[in-house]
Design a protein around this ligand. Structure first.
Ligand code: CTP
Length: 399
């Protein structure tokens, strides 16, 4: 989807500038042409040679370079791309952008461009939280500048808090969201996927056979229609999709916390096979084998994440989609489950071993809505995902 696009990448002068090398490499893997621009300060952190080598392009550095002006003037350069990405966007660059300063090549390009701009801020936490910086960010957001991050975490300077540059896949996800023009553009959709692992002790756990294939395919299909996707996944067999925000979890409780942290969203699809129970008697140390004795496990009920979100009194997503894995009376059980949990739709499937659906590549689903049951023919999980994503898009664009 990014294949054939051109990005003007403005690299600011911060410790996170080195991460722009990874960003260039990954964007090129996706078929993107990256035209790099280095600020003077950025050259203290990355060399023009390494940037140029990775981008396979000339690096633009100076406003008053007459050779560059003869080759490609700064106005032309600022408009040669589908998107301008500023990464890392330092406090200084954000300040210049917000106040219309144009005293070097990077700030001049940002003033002269008529293409969308995405900024990935990175700086010390105190600088990010400073009222001056927050004023600038609010002004830039009002001017239509897109933002990704910053993330919370340990900083290079040893402090903790918001200010870390977003991870490369998240920046690419944000780029995709800005450049995609699908029916779900501007919509935030949450997808849960995969199994959960419920620990017995530090080395043993209880799990299920979910591979995460259906949830992953749904996240991809929603992304391809332009949605911004938060993907909360248990330990799955299949790798998470690119271009979505991946939040890895292990247990049902962690999944619930991650889902709550990812809200609000326009729609939520609960494809995860969440363990209904966890081991209440979880041992902090490895349970030892004692001759003649069998360990006794006691269980506690896990929170029902789907029911919790479906029954939210405030901030409920417009559309909540649950899954039902059944082995008999699929339609009647799933219809009852839709009512009991309070979700809008249920995607029901027969997971009897003879169907080969759980862990397999195909699925035969019944979509249960307020209008009744719609049986879909057996098809690949990718195709189920595409059709479901289109139904979701139709629903969200109608309401
Ligand atoms: N689900 C959830 N949290 C749980 C259990 C399930 O969010 N603790 C979600 C699943 O992601 C799925 C739906 O609920 O979307 C159906 O889960 P399922 O286990 O089939 O339903 P149960 O309510 O557990 O009913 P039963 O076990 O009786 O089939």
């Amino acid at each position: 989807m990014l294949n054939g696009k051109t990005i003007l990448l403005i690299i600011g002068g911060g410790i996170a500038a080195f991460k722009s090398l990874d960003l260039i490499r990954r964007l090129r893997e996706e078929g993107v042409r990256v035209i790099p621009v280095l600020t003077k300060a950025a050259e203290e952190f990355v060399t023009p040679l390494s940037v140029s080598a990775l981008a396979a392009e000339k690096v633009y550095r100076d406003l008053f370079d007459l050779t560059d002006e003869a080759e490609m003037g700064h106005i032309e350069l600022s408009r040669a791309a589908d998107l301008v990405v500023v990464s890392p966007a330092t406090a200084d660059l954000l300040g210049k952008m917000a106040n219309g300063l144009a005293n070097d090549l990077a700030s001049t390009l940002l003033m002269a461009t008529d293409t969308p701009v995405l900024a990935a801020p990175a700086m010390n936490v105190r600088m990010w939280e400073h009222p001056a910086c927050q004023r600038n960010v609010a002004q830039l957001a009002a001017d239509g500048i897109h933002f990704v991050g910053p993330e919370k975490g340990m900083m290079a300077c040893g402090e903790f808090g918001p200010g870390r540059l977003s991870e490369t896949p998240d920046i690419i996800g944000a780029i995709r969201a800005v450049l995609t023009d699908g029916p779900l553009k501007g919509k935030h959709i949450l997808v849960t996927s995969g199994p959960t692992h419920e620990p017995i002790d530090p080395v043993r756990y209880i799990a299920n056979r979910s591979s995460g294939a259906q949830g992953t395919a749904i996240a991809k299909a929603l992304r391809d229609l332009g949605a911004t996707v938060s993907f909360v996944t248990g330990p799955a067999d299949v790798p998470p999709p690119r271009g979505v925000k991946v939040i890895p979890v292990e247990t049902a409780k962690e999944m619930k916390d991650a889902v709550e942290a990812a809200l609000p969203c326009d729609a939520a699809v609960f494809a995860a096979a969440v363990a209904d129970w966890r081991v209440a008697s979880e041992s902090g140390s490895k349970i030892k084998k004692v001759k003649g004795e069998l360990p006794v496990l006691t269980f506690a009920e896990n929170p029902d994440i789907l029911a919790g979100v479906s029954q939210m009194e405030q901030g409920r997503p417009t559309l909540v989609v649950g899954f039902a894995a059944e082995t008999d009376d699929v339609i009647s059980h799933a219809t009852a489950k839709r009512k009991r949990k309070g979700c809008d739709w249920i995607v029901a499937n027969d997971v009897s071993p003879s169907t080969g659906i759980m862990g397999g590549s195909e699925n035969a689903v019944v979509l249960i809505t307020e209008r009744g049951a719609d049986e879909w023919p057996r098809m690949g999980k990718e195709e189920v995902a595409r059709q479901l994503a289109h139904r979701i898009a139709d629903h969200l664009t109608q309401v």
